[in-house]
Design a protein around this ligand. Structure first.
Ligand code: EPZ
Length: 426
C-alpha cells in the first residue's frame, strides 16, 4: 500500500507555484463538448481527476492529446455519444458536469447517478430541479439519470435553494443554446465559475454576472473552439499557505490570485500569520504560536469548505479554543478523528467542531479520509513529533500534483513509501 511519510520538526521555506484549479479544469474539459472542434486547455493540473474526466470525454467520442504535462488538446468534433459510463461517474462525481454540455449539444444526456462520498450524500437534486425549470425532462432508471429536452432548453428564471457550485455550472452550460434568456438567482460565486463563464464567452456564449449571485445566459446558436488557460488553484495555494503558517515559512506561493482567498487570508492574519500579497500570489510566514479564531464555512466569498481541514490542523496547535462550523457539507469532520490520533483535542457536536489548541502533536499512523483531509494530515505531520504515516493517499493524488515533491522542495522531510497491506485475516 502506498503511503506518505513525514518526519516532523523541520521548518519549511522557499517558493512553490500551484497548478491550474482542479475545480475549474474538470468543468472546462466538459464544456469543450459544446464547441465542436479542437480546443486547447493550458495550465491543466496533472492529477488523477483530470485523467478520469479525460476518459469520460473519450468515451463520448472526443480525442485528447496531452501536449506537455499541463496542456490538453481536446477535439470534440466527433462526440456522438451522450451516455456517461457508471464506473467513471462512480469514480468521480464531477463527471456529472457533462450533463449540461450534453443537453446543450444533443438535447439529451444519460448520466449515472453519482454515488455518495466521504463528505456527504452529494445529491444532484438542485441540478435536476433547475434543469426541469428549463424544460428538461428526467427519468431515473437502473442507477442512471435519463435527461432529455424534447422541445429544446427554454430560458427562464431559476432560483437555487442553495448556491450549489455544480448546479450553477450545469445550469449555465445547459443554457448556452437555450431559446431565450436564462437567469440563475442565488447562483454560486466561486472563482472557478467565473473561469468557466470566461471561457464560454470566449467560445461565443453570452454569460453575464458570473461571480455575482445573479447570472444571465442569453442563448446563442453555436460556440467555436478556443484556447484557454485554467485559473490558478486557490485551494492548493491555501494548502501551502497553511503549511507555512504551521511550519514557519516564509513561503512564497505563486500562480493564483490572492483575491480568490480573501476571507482565508484575513482569518489567517487574525491568527497571527504574516501574509504579503503579490499580484500572482503571497508570501506567508508565522513566528510563535498561532491564535485561535472561530471559522464557519460558506459558499464563496465565505470561508471555503475546501480549506476547513487545513485550518483545523492549524487551530489544533493554536493558543486557545475555537469553534469550526461546517455549513456546506453534512459530514466533513472525518479529518478531526484522524488528527485526534496525533493528539489534537477536538469535540464534534453536529456541524460544530470545538477545537482546543494543544502544545504539540505526535506523529502517528493516520488514514486520509478525503482529498483535503488527507493533505491536511500531511501538514500536521510536518510539525508533529516523530514520524507520521498517511495512508489512502489516492485521495490526495486526485487533487494535488506532486504534493510530496513540492513539500520536499520547501525543505520538508516527507517521502512516499510502500508498506505491506495488512489484511484482517492475518
Ligand atoms: C464543488 O463540489 C467542488 N468540487 C468541491 O470541492 C467543493 O467543496 C464544493 O463545490 C463547494 O465549494 C468540484 O468543483 C469538482 P456543491 P459540488 O454543489 O459542486 C449539496 C474538493 O475538495 N447539494 O456546491 O458538488 C451538497 O451535497 C471538492 O476539491 C445538494 O444537496 O458542491 C453539498 O452539501 C470537495 N444538491 C452542498 O450542496 C445538489 O443538487 C454544496 O455542494 C447539489 C449540491
Amino acid at each position: 500500500m502506498d503511503v506518505i511519510k513525514v518526519e516532523g520538526g523541520l521548518p519549511i521555506h522557499g517558493e512553490v507555484t500551484v497548478e491550474g484549479a482542479k475545480n475549474s479544469a474538470l468543468k472546462l474539459m466538459a464544456a469543450t463538448i459544446m464547441a465542436p472542434g479542437v480546443n486547447t486547455l493550458t495550465n491543466v493540473p496533472n492529477i488523477s481527476d483530470v485523467h478520469v474526466m479525460g476518459k469520460v470525454l473519450k468515451r463520448l467520442g472526443a480525442t485528447i492529446e496531452v501536449v506537455d504535462e499541463h496542456t490538453l488538446v481536446i477535439d470534440t468534433t466527433n462526440v456522438n455519444n451522450w451516455e456517461t459510463p457508471y464506473e467513471l461517474v462512480a469514480k468521480m462525481r464531477a463527471s456529472t458536469a457533462v450533463m449540461g454540455p450534453l443537453l446543450a449539444r444533443f438535447g439529451k444526456a444519460v448520466v449515472a447517478m453519482p454515488g455518495g462520498c466521504n463528505i456527504g450524500a452529494r445529491k444532484i437534486d438542485l441540478h435536476i430541479l433547475g434543469l426541469e425549470a428549463l424544460g428538461v425532462e428526467f427519468e431515473v432508471a437502473h442507477g442512471n439519470i435519463h435527461a432529455s429536452a424534447p422541445n429544446g432548453v427554454i430560458g427562464t428564471t431559476v432560483t437555487l435553494e442553495f448556491a450549489s457550485v455544480g448546479a450553477t455550472e450545469n445550469l449555465i452550460m445547459a443554457s448556452v443554446h437555450a431559446k431565450g434568456t436564462t437567469v440563475i438567482d442565488n447562483a454560486a460565486r466561486e472563482p472557478e465559475i467565473v473561469d468557466l463563464a470566461n471561457m464560454l464567452n470566449e467560445m461565443g456564449a453570452k454569460v453575464r454576472g458570473a461571480g455575482t449571485p445573479v447570472i444571465e445566459i442569453e442563448g446563442v446558436s453555436e460556440l467555436h473552439p478556443v484556447t484557454h488557460a485554467v485559473v490558478g488553484d486557490r485551494i492548493e495555494a491555501g494548502t501551502f499557505i497553511a503549511a507555512a503558517a504551521m511550519a514557519g515559512g516564509p513561503v512564497r506561493v505563486r500562480g493564483f490570485n490572492p483575491d480568490h482567498l480573501g476571507l482565508v487570508l484575513k482569518k489567517y492574519e487574525a491568527m497571527g500569520v504574516k501574509i504579503e500579497r503579490e499580484p500572482d500570489g503571497v508570501i506567508a510566514s508565522s513566528e510563535g504560536r498561532l491564535k485561535s479564531v472561530d471559522i464557519q464555512t460558506l459558499p464563496f466569498p465565505g470561508f471555503p469548505t475546501d480549506m476547513q481541514a487545513q485550518t483545523m490542523a492549524m487551530l489544533s496547535l493554536a493558543d486557545g479554543q475555537c469553534v469550526i462550523t461546517e455549513n456546506v457539507f453534512e459530514n466533513r469532520f472525518m479529518f478531526a478523528g484522524e488528527i485526534a490520533r496525533m493528539g489534537a483535542d477536538i469535540r464534534i457536536e453536529g456541524h460544530h467542531a470545538i477545537v482546543r489548541g494543544v502544545e504539540r502533536l505526535s506523529g502517528a499512523q493516520v488514514e486520509s479520509p478525503e482529498l483535503r483531509g488527507g493533505a491536511s494530515l500531511v501538514l500536521a505531520g510536518l510539525v508533529a513529533e516523530g514520524e507520521t504515516t498517511v495512508s489512502n493517499i489516492y485521495h490526495i493524488e486526485r487533487g494535488y500534483e506532486r504534493f510530496v515533491e513540492k513539500l520536499r522542495g520547501l525543505g520538508a522531510n516527507v517521502w512516499r513509501d510502500t508498506v505491506p497491506d495488512v489484511s484482517v485475516e492475518d
